[in-house]
Design a protein around this ligand. Sequence first.
Ligand SMILES: [Zn+2]
Length: 501
Amino acid sequence: MTATAEVMDYAEVVERYDPVLGLEVHVELNTNTKMFCGCPNRFGGDPNTHVCPTCLGMPGSLPVVNGKAVESAIRIGLALNCEIAEWCRFARKNYFYPDMPKNFQTSQYDEPIAFNGHLDVMLDDGEVVRVEIERAHMEEDTGKSLHVGGATGRIHGAEHSLLDYNRAGVPLIEIVTKPIVGMGERAPEVARAYVTALRDLLRAMDVSDVRMDQGSLRCDANVSLMPKGTSEFGTRTETKNVNSLRSVERAVRYEMTRQAAVLASGGTVTQETRHFQESDGSTSPGRTKETAEDYRYFPEPDLVPIAPSREWVEELRATIPEMPWERRKRIQAEWNLTDEELRDLVNTGAADLVSATVDAGADPGEARSWWVQYLTQQANTREVELADLPITPVQVARVIELVKAGELTNKLAREVVQGVLAGEGEPDDVVEKRGLKVVSDDSALLAAVDEALAAQPDIADKIRGGKVQAAGAIVGAVMKATKGQADAKRVRELILERVGA
Ligand SMILES: [Zn+2]
């Protein structure tokens, strides 16, 4: 069901209205176990295999807080320049939803663990915008509903629904911004840049795998408009679970153009949640937005309050790694990049990946070339973010090392990377399984050289007669015979040696 609402031309929107943004990002933590039980916290798995009485909400089961999740929550709060609560509680957020078996979500309400922070965000042209953070609180994820038989995968039109509770109880941190105002036409870009910066930060801290495509990082975008010259916020909509960086930007932009058309025609914007349509970049109405009172929040009676000692908070502060933007400034100096080169690295999402590859031992030039060229092409072909390619900086560094050691040619190295991307394991496994090692054994190469010379005696004579450039044909034949797994330079040397040229 795609709503084809009226939209206003974007230039006119920003001429007549000021957008107000509010971004809510949900991050699934990468702890070993769930938030309140010992079930494995792993993506996927057969439906309903990572479950127990606690995360299924069975009568009599009791939750226990995951200490590691609290630690990650505090670290995230610190990295976002937040204050950390000296004492806080969990609360029950009551509502019925089939994928939430307890009929309430254990969350935090008026006592979040972290609050009042900010994140500095760099836009495409290098301008830095400060986004104020309202709060970061702990909660648990819900299960997943699968609606079967409809055209859209939504419940509307479905014949029946299936439920998978593997995700129920997975630790979540919800990070909420204060209203972001004054961004004008750049509001959609600011939204994307903020989620990008947050993703890079969380990845650098190793608290989540931040895969938007798998839902471990999800963004809800609140958008409203105020007529120019006024300062009272308009009615907002909340576009849910936008699942790529580009979609965040598109969703905000679309909502601005849709709401402007509603307001300009004398209508009122309905406060509601909306769904983003990846196909045409539009949003369609979801449910009418509840207010906090509807959820009947009350303190969770089954969990003790959390009172992190100041000593512990300071210990955790010391574990916060270099922020991605600090690292960028450092690599710019170290690798001698212009502002523009750095921005290209950042805009393709490659800066942190290159940096991590260098940290894993690779040469900066090689690391840059792999990520900015070959792997960016691969990401474009697959239509995923560079960082979401299923290859890690450590694996790229290993491929670079194998090339440097002469064990792979550049061509073979690309094949190894293909293997890693195809899920065939570590680079060394791919080399082994696909038999991709460079033939560096001279006796094997010599046999191929002799065979090629014997097959083309006239060329062998030419080389012998001093026409060294004729060796190219023999090199080609040897490369073909070894399926490209020989070092061409070495083959050439062997040919010249053999004919005594
Ligand atoms: Zn469980």
